[in-house]
Design a binder for this molecule. Structure first.
Ligand code: GDP
Length: 468
């Protein structure tokens, strides 16, 4: 995107293309009001007041006249044809009090695919340019309506796969992460100012004591670590995990798959080898879980049953790719030789051993997870255990989330302060220490976007949809 383009007027459909109650077309830029006046019957805008009227292909004033003449049954010689495109509500936002910080107009029309397209085409024909992906939010960032961590939070809210992730992304949007980063940055900046004053004005200002530097650097490292502490949970919440259900045929894998999903997705029979394919469904456990029901693994030759043999191969592959494995055996039979062979494939992975069909057994050993996929006993508990196995922190307790980019910047800032701490411990020249301190500040500035290259910006906003 070149610089000149950034300030022209852009437009896009902001709602998903489909049938719905309303569709929204958003326009942002200097010409937003000029364009709407050319196509709308009621353009006397006041801040924070919506206007009701019609979008017209042609001159809205002439259309209005034609309508009045029609209503009064007056014959007209006029051949001018103005076509009403839709009855709409227009919301004006005057710069800088808008999403992008520019003049913005939002047209709410009826939510049909073609009507929103017709209005967008009219807006484009009257002087707007089609917006690129994420361009509205990019403008909001460039106009300092948001910092980069907040802009990224908007993408996270839109793409969130679970309601928990959406909730925690909203915390980022409200600026929780930004404030944390700024607190750390301010502390580093204070240290840098004192070092620089000592170097630049040695007669007037004493260099800070090394003990002061050591104390400050240690405190900064602790703070960066505390922001990085939820990195694993953030990544799991964002990407989700894959959970494979494995075991020999007939132990109740498909029944468990259905019980966890609360639906009858997989076919359940007492005939061994029914599930020959790998079934996948997504389950919202606060983290997005892709649940994989595999064909029962058993020793058969390809000649015996070609289809089942292929299914078993897929099962082994799903097992290898899974983040967590639910190993199921039949508690009425106990763990048998065939179960042990499968368990050998599982034991080195993150896994939970499940003794299924517990409704049929009276005796229980305390260390095992007993469950009945048939009656539902133990299914809720299994869901909780599952979340705990993959998240260090309960999703509900998260104050904010970080993404890989932010984590890399934080790690770089930490590495620089680690280096500064080492140098302070051996009373290195403060001029040299200041180089690492400055690097830490630059790394944190990349998180908030105070310092960012065009490539990184383009890469971030490329993950947005058009219209956002
Ligand atoms: P899979 O081959 O491992 O996927 O096993 P299925 O889910 O198809 O179940 C095999 C048989 O065991 C079916 O007849 C199920 O109804 C039965 N079954 C599964 N889970 C339970 C359970 O918890 N209790 C009881 N009593 N029967 C179960």
């Amino acid at each position: 995107m070149n610089i000149l383009q950034e300030f022209d007027t852009i437009a896009a459909i902001a709602t998903p293309l489909g049938m719905g109650g309303v569709g929204i077309i958003r326009i942002s830029g200097d010409k937003a009001f000029e364009i709407i006046e050319k196509i709308f019957t009621n353009s006397k805008f006041e801040p924070r007041k919506f206007n009701h009227g019609w979008i017209i292909d042609g001159d809205p004033k002439i259309w209005q006249k034609q309508k009045e003449q029609l209503n009064s049954d007056t014959q007209t010689e006029s051949k001018t044809t103005c076509i009403a495109i839709d009855e709409v509500i227009v919301l004006p936002f005057f710069a800088p009090n808008s999403y992008t910080g520019e003049n913005v107009v939002e047209i709410q029309c009826h939510g049909g695919i073609n009507v929103v397209k017709n209005i967008l085409n009219l807006v484009l024909a009257n002087g707007a340019r089609m917006a690129e992906k994420g361009e509205f939010t990019k403008r909001a960032f460039l106009n300092k309506r948001l910092d980069l961590s907040q802009a990224e939070a908007i993408a996270d809210i839109i793409h969130s796969k679970t309601s928990d992730f959406a909730k925690v992304s909203v915390k980022n949007l409200s600026g929780v992460l930004k404030e944390k980063i700024n607190e750390i940055r301010n502390e580093i900046f204070e240290v840098l100012s004192r070092i620089t004053a000592g170097i630049d004005f040695p007669e007037d200002v004493a260099e800070p004591e090394y003990s002061y530097l050591i104390e400050k650097f240690e405190s900064i490292i602790t703070q960066i670590n505390s922001v990085l502490a939820n990195a694993n949970t953030s990544n799991v919440l964002r990407q989700g995990i894959s959970v494979a259900i494995v075991g020999k045929p007939n132990v109740g894998k498909s029944s468990l798959f259905n019980a966890l999903l609360s639906l009858d997705r997989a076919i359940v029979t007492d005939i061994a080898g029914t599930t020959r394919d790998v079934l996948k469904e997504t389950l919202d456990l606060g983290i997005p879980v892709t649940l994989v029901d595999t064909a029962g693994i058993r020793g058969i030759s390809e000649e015996e049953n070609k289809v089942e043999a292929i299914g078993i191969e897929y099962s082994k592959q799903s097992l290898a790719e899974a983040d967590l494995v639910l190993f199921v055996y039949d508690s009425t039979q106990g763990i048998q030789e065939e179960d042990e062979k499968i368990y050998d494939l599982v034991k080195d992975k993150n896994h939970i051993v499940i003794a299924n069909k517990c409704d049929l057994v009276a005796e229980r050993e305390s260390e095992k997870v007993y469950l009945s996929a048939l009656t539902g006993e133990g299914v809720q508990e299994l869901k909780q255990t599952l979340t705990k196995k993959v998240c260090d922190i309960e999703p509900d307790d998260l104050e904010f989330v970080t993404n890989k980019r932010q984590q890399t910047c934080l790690s770089r800032a930490k590495a620089s302060i680690d280096q500064a701490l080492l140098a302070a411990n051996i009373q290195e020249l403060q001029d040299l220490i200041s180089i690492d301190v400055k690097s830490a500040i630059l790394a944190l500035d990349e998180i908030t976007g105070e310092l960012i290259t065009d490539d990184i910006l383009d890469n971030i906003f490329d993950h947005f949809c058009i219209g956002k």
